[in-house]
Design a binder for this molecule. Structure first.
Ligand code: 0X9
Ligand code: ZN
Length: 302
């Protein structure tokens, strides 16, 4: 059904989500945020033990098509939390997870079939150029830094306006209705735990020190997996300012207190986006350890 020794196509991942919901109906259910520009389903898995006052935690991957290890890691998080749920009973007693492993299904498929290094979605522009960067399209300080306004830019075109793209708009609508306390977006690569805001070089959230404290817990948990270091810091310091990211919107608009972007393995340009498949499992274990560490800091009001 599913394995973690190779990268999988969209249909395999979506079928696996359906399988989890069908096989473990007391903890897992499938939902949809809507459709992509090419009509693919924006599917997510809800993982919940049914506690009434549970906090919500949104985890996603694959907003950038080529970052296959991010999608695989989000899929692994689903698998672990569902198939090995008794191991995670403490956290599942207080937190409901919403996992969307493929935020950009059209781009993801295109990166398998046509162009391995494709990043954007698959919007067709009148110029003939294709795609907007879905991680420049969210509606908080949209377009203010680190973007291109040229639809032909192959990497960082921000879209015609905030939420011009059906993927970011539909997912934002869903997150708005859920009001999660946790938000983590998996990307690759670089091995960073990035703390918002990223829309300029200086603006930090008021509770930045609390986000940093919790990020350091995640860093320790991730290091414990295999000795790898994930650097913690304010996004612009570590990777540069760039506006319109999902993390900034989750923190600044949707009110997700613990909002982060994880840049997963590797930490070098030589491997880059092509993380060898034999390293999926360890990268995903690190990603899960980081998520669980953040979830462990959430407190349920009773
Ligand atoms: O530039 C990005 O979107 C992310 N890096 S990547 O190499 N995976 O493309 C970093 C996103 C950090 N968050 C924001 N800029 N809001
Ligand atoms: Zn990315």
């Amino acid at each position: 059904n599913m394995d973690w020794t190779s990268y999988h196509r969209l249909a395999d991942i979506q079928n696996y989500m359906d399988y989890l919901a069908k096989t473990f109906p007391s903890v897992a259910s499938v939902g949809s945020a809507g459709k992509t520009i090419e009509g693919r389903d924006l599917r997510y898995l809800k993982i919940s033990s049914g506690k009434k006052n549970a906090k919500k935690f949104w985890v996603d991957g694959g907003i950038h098509a080529r970052e296959w290890a991010a999608t695989a890691s989000a899929a692994y998080v689903m698998k672990e939390l569902v198939e090995n749920r008794s191991k995670y009973a403490n956290v599942l007693n207080k937190v409901d997870f919403y996992v969307m492993p493929v935020m950009n299904p059209d781009g993801y498929e295109y990166s398998h079939t046509n162009e391995r290094m494709w990043r954007k979605n698959r919007r067709k522009h009148s110029s003939g150029c294709v795609g907007a960067d879905l991680n420049r399209n969210w509606g908080y300080h949209w377009g203010e830094s680190g973007v291109s306004k040229n639809p032909c830019d192959p990497q960082i075109y921000a879209g015609a306006k905030a939420f011009s793209e059906p993927e970011s708009q539909s997912i934002a609508n869903l997150i708005t209705s859920l009001k999660p306390e946790g938000y983590i977006s998996f990307h690759t690569y670089g091995q960073y735990i990035l703390i918002p805001f990223a829309f300029d070089t200086v603006t930090k959230p008021k509770d930045f020190n609390e986000l940093r404290r919790v990020a350091l817990k995640a860093q320790a948990a991730m290091k414990a997996v295999a000795g790898e270091t994930y650097q913690v810091g304010h996004t612009p310091t570590l990777v540069g300012a760039a506006a319109g990211g999902s993390d900034d919107w989750a923190k600044g608009v949707a009110g997700a207190k613990y909002a982060y972007t994880f840049e997963l393995r590797p930490n070098n340009d030589r491997v880059g986006f092509a993380l060898p498949a034999r390293l999926i499992t360890v990268a995903a274990q690190e990603a899960l350890a980081g998520v669980l560490a953040v979830a462990g800091e959430m407190r349920v009001n009773s």
